[in-house]
Design a binder for this molecule. Sequence first.
Ligand code: AMP
Ligand code: MG
Length: 512
Amino acid sequence: MCLCVDAAFRDLKQSAIHLTCTMRTADQEISNIDPGWKWDHSYLQLPALFFTRVRPTPVERPHTVILNRPLAQSLGLDPAALETGATLFAGNELPHGAAPIAQAYAGHQFGHFTSLGDGRAILLGEHLSPGGQRFDIQLKGSGRTPYSRGGDGRAALGPMLREYIISEAMHALGIPTTRSLAVVATGEEVIRQEMLPGAILTRVAASHIRVGTFQHAAALDDSAALRALADYTRQRHFPELGHSETPHYDFFQAVMERQAALIAQWLHVGFIHGVMNTDNMALSGETIDYGPCAFMDDYEPETVFSSIDRQGRYAYSSQPQIARWNLARLAETLLPLFHEDRKIAVDLANEALGTFESRFQGHWLRGMRSKLGLCTAESEDAALIQELLDWMHRSHLDFTNTFRTLSDAAAMAEPTFVDMDFLTWHGKWTDRLTRQPQSLVEAAQTMAAHNPVVIPRNHKVEEALSAAVTGDLSVMHRLLEVLATPYAATAPAEYTAPPPAGSARYQTFCGT
Ligand code: AMP
Ligand code: MG
C-alpha cells in the first residue's frame, strides 16, 4: 500500500497554522424561534485542529423553498415553528444554543491529496432527537470560511434542491444517507458559468466525519489528535466496540463492513455517486455529498455521468474498488494505532483490507438474491445472477424496470422477454425457484420489496429542478411524493418510464 507523505502534507501544516486564526464575521441575532432544539457539541471536545469557529454570512432575502416536515418531526422539531424559520436556515439568525464551526479535513480528490475543509458549510452543532440519537445539523452554502480557498462559500438553488431530492429518495429506498431538512433561497445570485439563484441546504447527518478528517490529522503528524479522533468516532458510531483489546483495529473493520454494505446497496439500485473522493466518504456509513451523482437507466457497468470524471474513475462498477482504495487511505492514517511496530501494523492493515472484497461480495450477493426472489443460498447463484446481468447489458435493458418486470409471480411462470438467451436463463431461474421451500408468491413478495418501481430518473429530476428554479414547485413536490414510496406499485407511468428514446446522454456537472 502507498504510504503518502509528500509535499502536500507539508503545505497542509503551513496552512493549518494560518487556519487557527478566528474569522471575523457579522454577529448574528439569536433567533427566538425555538422548534425544540436539543444541542450538544461533542465534536468541540476534539483538538482545535479539527475545526474553526465561524459564523454563517447573512444573506439578503431568505425564504424557505422547501421544508421536510416528516424529517423535522422525527428529529423532535416542531414543523410549524420551522415553517417560519427561513432566517434560521439561512444563517441570518442562530438557533439558541448553536455553536457554529467549519470542520477541517483533507482528501484525495481523483487520486490527488489536497487540504480541504468546509469551504461553504457550517455545522451548527449536534441535535439530540427524542430517541437520543445524535445528528449533525449543517448549513451548506452558508458563506466563506477559512477553508474556502478560492470559492465563494455559496451554493446554487438547483444543486441544493437536487441534493434534497436524491438524498430523500435514497432514504426512502432504505439506503443509509445524510438527509435534507430544508432548502432556503438566499435572494442573492451566485456566479457559476452563468448567474444562478443562491440557496442554502440544511443537511442532517449521523456525523460529517470523513476519511479525509483522519487524513487531516495524519498529514499534520499529530498522533494525539489522530487517537482522539479515532476514539471519538468509534464511540460515536460504533459504541459496541468499546471493550475490545484491539479497539482501533476493530473500528477499522467495522468501518469497512459498513462501506461494503453501502456500496452494495448503491449497486442494487443503480446509483452512481460520481465523486468518491476520500473527503466524500463518511465514517458513519452514510452516503454523503450529492454532487454529480445520478441513477443509471440502461444497465451499463461502465456508466459515468460526471462531466469531470473523464477517466471513468468513479464508474458504476468501479465503486467497490474505489471504496477499498479509500479505505486503504484510512488504514494508512490508523497504522500507528494498529501497532507500534510499523511492519506489523502494515500487515494488519493489509489483512483487514484483504477482506473487503468478500465483505462486499457477501452484501452484493445477498441483495441480488433478494432482487431475484432467491430466499435460500446455492453455490451457482452468483453465476445465475451474472448471466442475467450480461444479457441485460447486451440487450441495453433498463436496470430498474427489468428487475421490476421480473418481480411478479406471473413473470416467473411465463417468460416476459422473447429472446433465446433470456428463455434459457428463465428456465434456470424458475428451476432454481422451485428448489426453495418458498412459494412463487413469496418469492415475488421478496422481489417486490427489493426492486424499486421508481428511482429519481435523471430527466424527471431535471424537469422538477427547471420548474423549481423558475418558481413552480409543484413538479418537484409531485416527484418527491412518488419517490417517498419507491417500492409501491402505484407510481404513475411517467415516473417509471426510461428517458425518451433519442435523449442526449445525461451529464452531471460539478459546478455546484
Ligand atoms: P465537494 O465537491 O462539494 O465535495 O467539495 C470539495 C471541497 O470544495 C470542499 O472542501 C468544499 O467545502 C469546497 N467547496 C466546494 N464548493 C465551494 C464553494 N462554492 N466555496 C468554497 N468552497 C467550496
Ligand atoms: Mg465534499
